[in-house]
Design a protein around this ligand. Sequence first.
Ligand code: HEC
Length: 420
Amino acid sequence: MLLALSAPLPGSAQLRGHGGPVRALAIAPDGRIAISGGFDHSGILWAIDQGTALSVLRFHDGAVNAVAALDGGRFVTASEDGRIALWQAGRPEPVEIFSDHAGPIAALAVSPDGASLASASWDGTAHIRFLAGGPVRVLRGHAGNVNAVAFLPDGRLVTGGYDATLRVWPLAETDEPPRIVQLPSPVNSVAVAGEGEIVAAGADSVVRFLSADGTIRASVDLATNPVIGLALSPDGRRVAAATVAGTVAMIDRGAAKVAFSLVGPGLPVWSLAFRPDGTELLTGGGDRLVRRWNAGTGEPIGSLSMPRPVDSLAAFKGDHGAEVFRACVACHTLTPEDGTRAGPTLSGVFGRRVATAEGYTFSQALKGLDIVWDARTISKLFEIGPSRYTPGTKMPEQTINNPDDREALVRFLERATKTP
Ligand code: HEC
């Protein structure tokens, strides 16, 4: 997917790096690292408080529709390409790949004990696997796409599908059929609270709260805003519901009432995740940003809480090229002292051969190219996009369509990356 970069000044803490809508989000148990999945086929690991990208997870041949964070610095991506990849932070390639689905994967869930991973697929099945290995349990029965999965506290799995049913699957040992709950419209997202209440929502814009036996306790109507994502606050008191129309409703679960809505997230909002301490909500949307919000008030988190990348550009205030470079700053530094982020430092990049910056592990694809970086080649890189100019690169796809923006960017880089 090709998308033009615009260059607004970020007024709040935003994580900018994806070249397409941010489809999926999860936060590591320690609360410091987030993983996002994008329509640009990439996963990105973020140091949330620094606002920097730690690494780009490039492997999939399609949108990364779902992500999960495990303990021990392990992360999972699942894609439109039907594959699931397990990553260890710091390793450039997946440590394990699962290819047992026959269609795009739409959602992932980690079991309460952290030992199993469930996946929902448009091949009409959900799969449950022990991460330690062993046979995959295949759950068949939905008529059509399975869009959502979540575990109950006792380890049973709940799935939701395009066929407008929720299914609660007994544990593997029993041989019983699933309990089927018919709802009025296709289900896009499911979440489960600590004591086992199921939250489900989808095309009819209604968020429903129900028990595992199918009894509906309460519903919240979000009025003609199909829901595409749900997240429960860590204490279970709030449910954030993301909609196609770009609103995020923060629902008080007990009262089943909208407490407030977030104002101004990207259209549409595709993904949501609470930080484990409950103070912050992250959203990912059509504007290609991961945005941070105060989960108690709905206010955007201010840029002051994310000083580093923003500060490094403060010296270039008013320079249009520096504004364009804001699209790069999460992944690239300008000086050797600032080190590498997800991408190599651009210090000294002019006149340098591709993939030769010291202290950075480049992809094999980039190492095989015959390019020397200068104003013309860097401009070309973003005129036609990294995937065409440097095929196989790990850098997420992005183009800068306006020639003046490209010119300003390379003029800025020429000055800002000069080695002393
Ligand atoms: C989400 C992270 C990310 C963003 C955003 C990003 N890059 Fe990159 N960039 C990378 C990665 C990763 C590599 C190394 C690619 C590889 O090894 O295949 C890279 C490589 C490069 C290279 C080649 C460096 C070399 O030494 O060969 C240049 C030049 C570059 N990026 C410029 C930019 C510019 C300019 C922007 C903003 C318009 C930008 N990048 C945005 C991650 C990013």
